[in-house]
Design a protein around this ligand. Structure first.
Ligand code: MG
Length: 484
């Protein structure tokens, strides 16, 4: 929870109700005992949350993460004004499970939102996010938040699974990936081409529960998402809001508007990423212009690593090994940037371990909302990292591919029980004993350390066993299909 002195400040503020005398007394108290934290002197209004989620963007794809030719001035500025994370993880190496984990604070294996046979939801899927899950939007609704989702959902396209049935007051976007619904009349492999045609991808664009355009004009999708996001912020600025903005790009097929097409030195992939970067800048500028910046936590990250087999139209994991689909670091370690002027100190680098599931717990905690206690929640509160009040609450990470646990991280050590290259490139290989790497010494997972740290595997084995005891078998939502 909050720093104790911060909670005390909150309590005193409420008691004194910001009266003039109260304010001066509070000011003296504040000056003598202030510690950084999420509390503010704006009454009881909890802060706004904006989560911006790129699709298939790699660890090495931003200027502020070392990419030499991709230009991301807005995300670089966000990092300069906020905090950049080195060890931030998605909870799965692919879209649907990763999104489910962010929305539920739980590993996808607990909600059934993963599968060893079908990686994600498809247009013929009959499943989706179970009603029993408490989404981040539903959790924040307890505290009176207005909630909006703008972008790619991918947690079920049938009516009962849409954002509007899962805690969001507003939805604008596409219900699944932009390469699905490819028409047979389009050329084979068009999704990965450098010249895809909008009309060959029959993806629906939705407002709330209605299809408003099909095929969606993907060329202007980032622009339209941005307009809708800005509209949502302006319309709801008087009360707390949660905006979840899962971008469609840089997932293939790649499209960009005329303002960005053909402009990036990184090619078409760069065009799409640079437009997403522009969009982030628009959102941050809107928050500043509307006077909301000091009362809004914005977090930027990606759902999974780069789709390497797409070659030029896939991204880069930088110095991390492998990409999308894999439990090597490149598949799940993502760029992570937090921005909250006046609360999150600018220009900081955070090396503490954290994850998308932690965003769930952190937002609910800061909002003062209840976190479900009748189920396992894998997210931990990352406030100590954000507000620099202590070490990370997370010391372990569990890497799943589908429903199977492949690797375990404890501190800087990572043990691979099974390895398998990213999608499309080979079979699973079990390891007994597991292969041990030290991610501090060797972030690229290229030097086996079993002989050097023989005692570590016992600790990891213990953590793995304790974790697996908390996992119950549930029905996979990804394997259910609509009857033809
Ligand atoms: Mg993805």
């Amino acid at each position: 929870m909050n720093h104790p002195s911060v909670s005390l400040h909150y309590a005193i503020m409420r008691y004194l109700k910001c009266s003039e005398v109260g304010l001066s007394l509070f000011f003296v108290f504040f000056l003598t005992t202030w510690a950084p934290g999420p509390a503010s002197c704006e009454g009881d209004r909890p802060p706004n949350f904006v989560i911006i989620f790129a699709d298939d963007l790699g660890y090495g794809d931003l200027g502020c993460y070392g990419h030499p030719t991709l230009r991301t001035p807005n995300l670089d500025r966000m990092a300069a004004e906020g905090m950049r994370f080195t060890d931030f993880y998605s909870a799965a190496p692919v879209c649907t499970p990763s999104r489910a984990a962010l929305m539920t604070g739980r590993l996808p294996v607990r909600s059934g939102m993963c599968s060893d046979t079908r990686r994600v939801l498809f247009p013929d899927s009959a499943g989706g996010i179970p009603e029993s899950e408490v989404t981040l939007a539903e959790g924040l609704k307890q505290k009176g938040y207005t909630t909006g989702c703008v972008g790619k959902w991918h947690l079920g396209h049938l009516p009962q699974f849409l954002p509007t049935r899962n805690g969001f007051d507003f939805y604008f976007g596409i219900p699944y990936s932009n390469d699905m619904d490819h028409l047979d009349s389009g050329p084979n492999g068009e999704a990965r081409s450098l010249n895809p045609k909008v009309e060959n991808f029959n993806v629906p664009l939705m407002r709330n529960e209605e299809i408003i355009q099909r095929p969606a004009d993907q060329t202007h999708l980032t622009q339209r998402y941005t307009e809708e996001a800005i509209g949502f912020i302006k319309k709801n600025k008087e009360k707390p809001f949660f905006l979840y903005m899962p971008h469609t790009f840089p997932h293939i097929p790649l499209f960009a508007s005329e303002d960005f097409l053909g402009k990036s030195p990184r090619g078409l992939y760069g065009d799409a990423v640079e437009e997403v970067d522009w969009s982030v800048g628009q959102v941050l500028d809107t928050l500043k212009n509307e006077g909301l910046a000091e009362n809004t936590l914005v977090f930027f990250t990606s759902d999974n690593g780069p789709w390497l087999i797409m070659k030029e139209t896939g991204g880069s994991a930088g110095l991390l090994r492998d990409g999308k689909g894999s439990t090597w670091e490149g598949g799940m370690r993502e760029p992570g940037i937090a921005w909250w002027p006046g609360k999150v100190k600018g220009g900081e680098l955070c090396r503490g371990m954290s994850s998308t599931m932690d965003l769930y717990t952190t937002c609910l905690t800061i909002a003062g909302a209840e976190i479900p206690t009748d189920r396992v929640i894998d997210g931990v509160d990352m406030s100590p990292l954000l507000f620099q009040t202590g070490p990370s609450n997370r010391d372990e990470y569990f890497y799943y591919r589908g429903q199977t646990l492949y690797a375990v991280r404890k501190g800087p050590f990572k043990a691979h029980y099974i390895t398998r290259p990213a999608y499309g490139r080979g079979e699973a290989e079990p390891h007994d004993p597991p292969i041990l790497y030290h991610l501090g010494i060797d972030p690229s997972e290229s030097i086996e350390m079993n002989d050097r740290f023989p005692e570590v595997l016992k600790e990891i084995e213990k953590a793995k066993k304790a974790h697996l005891e908390t996992v119950e078998e549930v029905e996979s939502q990804l394997e259910k299909r609509i009857e033809p």
